[in-house]
Design a protein around this ligand. Structure first.
Ligand code: ADP
Ligand code: ZN
Length: 515
């Protein structure tokens, strides 16, 4: 096995870096030892290096599976700039014959392909005609239906890789909760011992999540207070253009739009203007940001809720890559969730479950009175301190009520009913409302039936969300709520549960459980 003294010169020669970052070295060592690995590393942690460096050191070609051709070409160019022998094989490439010859002759360190190649028999034949050192699977969460971006083509990778059983696999992703990780390991045939997770904390980003009230004014004020380059994510193309124009007029700052509907030249021009600028604001859809290397982004704002906690983390993570203080502000309204829940009903059953879990987690994050960073990090499987001191809730406690007693009642009801019912059923039991299901199961004869005082009723949903936010109440795959985490300590009164009070005058329609 190589020791650092042997790895560092290779790192320096190829990339010009003097040290590894975070888990990079651990991942590289596993790969060089032929051990299949799933590396979960946040955006910007340097995932590419973990396959590119081994690719230059191992005999044969590393086959890189990458889902977006544009991203692939960026990586290809940067690999080539480091003197790595790399090529891509896609329908967009005109030099395919040449690439195939180079691969056969063993003259490539990296061969980038899109996942749809995996199921093509002539691609398998091609791979047989050369020597493969490693399979690197980028955006590996795409193989899981639990991930936020399932791509059926990824499912063809396993059979392909299985026919090259001696070749190690390196799966890479920035976004995978514990559930998705386990699924990615299983789907790609990687041993659970091969999981490596990098620290997700971005201590220089200050998180704030606010109710959207007159969204435009809030964004305008943000732009007035917050210097430096920034990104505002807006939900639709129309909103992007509208905000870009009005914010520019209202603040006098340079504000440009970016979305997939703009002409390619304008998109490219706006993007390079942003990368070069020290004070520009880009209003964009989520199409913007991937593969953009701009370390000094000082703020990221969301004009509506992102798709999931993973997306939130990834999008806010574009701020402050240089390590300097930065802010991430989200402006959300209940309507965002109502719309997202309506969309659930249009999905197939298989996707719906995962999407609903994601929405629940996201709503728990936005509603929680506790540390935002702690919630994020727990979501990614870490055990952070209770308070970070650098988020809105840590810096200024929101309007809260003591939800402890209601929490005890709710947890008892979940427990007594066998931990297999959702909030709607539990609410009825606690409020003493019977229906057929309740009578049939004998839930009207439980001691928890009707124990909720009428003035406690308004706390029930915030309490349920707060319990879910801290992981004391978790939903099983059928939506049944189960006790977990520190539920026992809450039941015994050893832990208090403050909850955020519903803002005055705001419609709380989000509670409706549309599916
Ligand atoms: P990811 O794919 O995880 O988002 P990248 O592979 O694009 O991250 O790397 C992010 C940035 O960090 C790149 O500019 C890369 O050159 C830089 N980088 C990666 N590893 C190191 C290192 N060990 N030392 C210094 N810079 C690094
Ligand atoms: Zn905090």
């Amino acid at each position: 096995m190589l020791d650092s003294a042997e790895l560092l010169p290779a790192l320096h020669t190829t990339f010009g870096f003097s040290a590894f970052r975070g888990v990079q070295e651990q991942v590289v060592r596993r790969v060089l030892a032929g051990q299949s690995t799933l590396a979960v590393m946040p955006t910007g942690a340097g995932k590419s290096l973990t396959y590119q460096l081994p690719a230059t050191m191992m005999p044969g070609t590393c086959v890189v599976i990458s889902p977006l051709i544009a991203l692939m070409h960026d990586q290809l160019r940067s690999a080539e700039a480091n003197g790595i022998r790399a090529a891509s094989l896609t329908s967009a490439d005109s030099n395919r014959e040449e690439t195939i010859d180079r691969f056969r002759a063993g003259e490539l360190d990296l061969l980038y392909v899109a996942p749809e190649r995996a199921s093509q028999s002539h691609f398998r034949e091609l791979l047989n005609a050369g020597q493969i050192s490693l399979f690197a699977i980028d955006e590996a969460h795409c193989v899981s239906e639990w991930g936020h971006d399932f791509r059926p083509d990824y499912r063809a990778l396993r059979p392909l890789m299985d026919s090259f059983a001696q070749v190690p696999r390196l799966a890479l992703t920035a976004t995978a909760d514990a559930h998705t990780r386990a699924d990615v390991l299983a789907q790609l045939g990687i041993d659970a011992a091969g999981l490596i997770v990098a620290g997700f904390d971005r201590p220089n980003i200050r998180y704030a999540i606010r109710h959207r009230q007159g969204g435009f004014t809030q964004l305008r004020d943000l732009l007035k207070e917050q210097p430096g380059p920034g990104i505002i994510y807006a939900p639709t193309r129309r909103k992007v253009e509208d905000l870009a124009q009005k914010l520019g007029e209202a603040t006098g700052r340079r504000v440009l739009p970016y979305h997939a509907g703009l002409p390619a030249e304008q998109r490219a021009a706006n993007q390079s203007a942003f990368v070069a600028s020290e004070d520009m604001v880009m209003v964009a859809t989520v199409a913007f940001g991937m593969g953009i290397d701009k370390p000094d982004v000082r703020f990221v704002a969301h004009a509506g809720v992102p798709k999931s906690i993973e997306s939130y983390y990834q999008e806010t993570g574009r701020a402050g890559r240089d390590g300097d203080d930065s802010v991430a502000v989200m402006f959300w309204a209940p309507a965002d969730f109502v719309l997202a829940r309506e969309r659930l009903s249009e999905m197939d059953e298989s996707r719906r479950k995962g999407e609903r879990t994601r929405l629940d987690a996201l709503s728990a994050l936005v509603e929680s009175p506790s540390c935002r960073r702690a919630i994020l990090l727990r979501h990614f499987g870490e055990s952070p301190p209770e308070k970070c001191g650098n988020c809105d809730n840590c810096l200024e406690a929101p309007g809260v009520a003591d939800g402890s007693v209601v929490a005890q009642k709710l947890l008892s009801a979940a427990y007594r009913t066998g931990q297999s019912f959702g909030i709607g059923h539990l609410e009825k039991v606690l409020s003493g409302i019977s229906d057929d299901r309740i009578v049939q199961r004998g839930h009207d004869r439980l001691t928890v039936f009707g124990i909720l005082e009428s003035e406690e009723a308004r706390l029930l949903k915030p309490v349920a969300r707060a319990l879910q936010a801290r992981g004391a109440l978790v939903a099983n795959e059928h939506g049944g709520l189960m006790l977990a985490g520190d539920a026992r300590a809450i039941l015994t009164g050893d832990v208090m549960l403050p909850v955020v009070l519903p803002p005055q005058g705001e419609k709380r329609s989000r509670g409706s459980r549309g599916n």
